[in-house]
Design a protein around this ligand. Structure first.
Ligand code: HEM
Length: 324
């Protein structure tokens, strides 16, 4: 019995390898043993100078994985036949941290030329950022390769918008192989980082076209937000997603939702639109460890969205452009 289970596992591994879809944490152990350490040290240095960068790097991995899979397509600049994803609605004037990825890549190229993919850099930097902000740790499966192209339309269509309905966002997750639990746990990323006025203004003034604010937003909190997020102008003004502990990765995001202080509509709906997500919000608000465990699992799942492996794609020398 044990023997047949072992054989079965071996067979699964062979099939996965043949399919080229297999990521594993030891991928660079022989080819670039210092890889993880190099990524971690650059991220630590940058985050020590600017704590906000942890959030921005975490988000880059998400915006990468939801478009053509975790293949660093988000990092490509426009040029030749490539139209950069950096100009999409979710990314324009919002996605940041590209210079940090350049810095990590330059450090890696010195020690292990053309060995560590930009897609793996994003996955490692997301994990390191989470840990540096006080969140959970996990082993990052590695071996992703970098895309030869980008998808502006994919970036516009696949990445959820803050005013999407619950069903629309859940569908966008399901299309990527993620479920309702992943939706709730990964939204917990909004325990760190910022949002612009334009991402939630609608909730303050005219939520559903009737000139009324969103009543699922605490009205005294809304009153505090309005001066820096007026009816018009101030689009790019920044607000903390979690004003209680904006740079600390903890479970206060979920506690905020329970008291109607989720900043984005896409945050608050986790507590107001669905019984299952409401229960999960309550559980994560009551038990940070439970949130951390599920977050780590869901991040690994997200990091496994259709990676390029084997001989597909390439290892870019510079993350912003395909190799010439
Ligand atoms: C569930 C659907 C989601 C929606 C609708 C959403 C939407 C947004 C929006 C609108 C912002 C503010 C952007 C701005 O105003 O410039 C934001 C920020 C952020 N998001 Fe999400 N997000 C979602 C899920 C996720 C996931 C899955 C992650 C990571 C795994 C994530 C990580 C972040 C982080 C860390 C920030 C702060 C970025 C910074 O400060 O630079 N989000 N998100």
């Amino acid at each position: 019995m044990t023997h047949s289970i072992t054989m079965f596992m071996v067979l699964i591994s062979i099939l996965a390898l043949a399919n080229g879809s297999y990521l594993y944490p030891q991928f660079y152990d022989r080819s670039c043993p210092q890889a993880k350490q190099i990524v971690q040290s650059v991220v630590a240095k940058v985050v020590a100078k600017e704590a906000h960068m942890a959030a921005s790097l975490l988000r880059l991995h998400f915006h990468d994985c939801f478009v053509k899979g975790c293949d660093a397509s988000i990092l490509l600049d426009s040029g030749g036949s490539i139209i950069s994803e950096k100009g999409s609605v979710p990314n324009r004037n919002s996605a940041r941290g590209f210079e940090v990825v350049d810095q990590i890549k330059a450090a890696l190229e010195k020690v292990c030329p053309q060995t560590v993919s930009c897609a793996d850099i994003l996955a490692l930097a997301a994990r390191d950022s989470t840990v540096l902000a006080g969140g959970p740790n996990w082993e990052v499966p590695l071996g992703r390769r970098d895309s030869l192209g980008a998808s502006l339309s994919g970036s516009n269509q696949n990445i959820p918008a803050p005013n999407n309905t619950f069903q629309t966002i859940l569908t966008k997750f399901k299309l990527k192989g993620l479920d309702i639990v992943d939706f709730v746990a990964l939204s917990g990323s909004h325990t760190i980082g910022n949002a612009r006025c334009t991402s939630f203004r609608q909730r303050l003034y005219n939520n559903s076209g009737n000139g009324q604010p969103d009543l699922s937003l605490d009205q005294s909190y809304a009153a505090k937000l309005r001066p820096n997020c007026p009816r018009s102008g101030g689009d790019q003004n920044l607000f903390f997603l979690d004003p209680v502990s904006p740079r600390k990765f903890d479970n206060s995001y979920y506690k905020n939702l329970i008291v109607s202080k989720g900043l984005l509509s896409s945050d608050e709906i986790l507590f107001t639109q669905n019984q299952q997500t409401m229960q999960l919000v309550k559980q994560y608000a009551a038990n940070q460890e439970l949130f951390f465990q599920q977050f780590a699992k869901s991040m690994i799942k997200m990091g496994n969205i259709t990676p390029l492996t084997g001989k597909r794609g390439q290892i870019r020398k510079i993350c912003r452009k395909v190799n010439g």
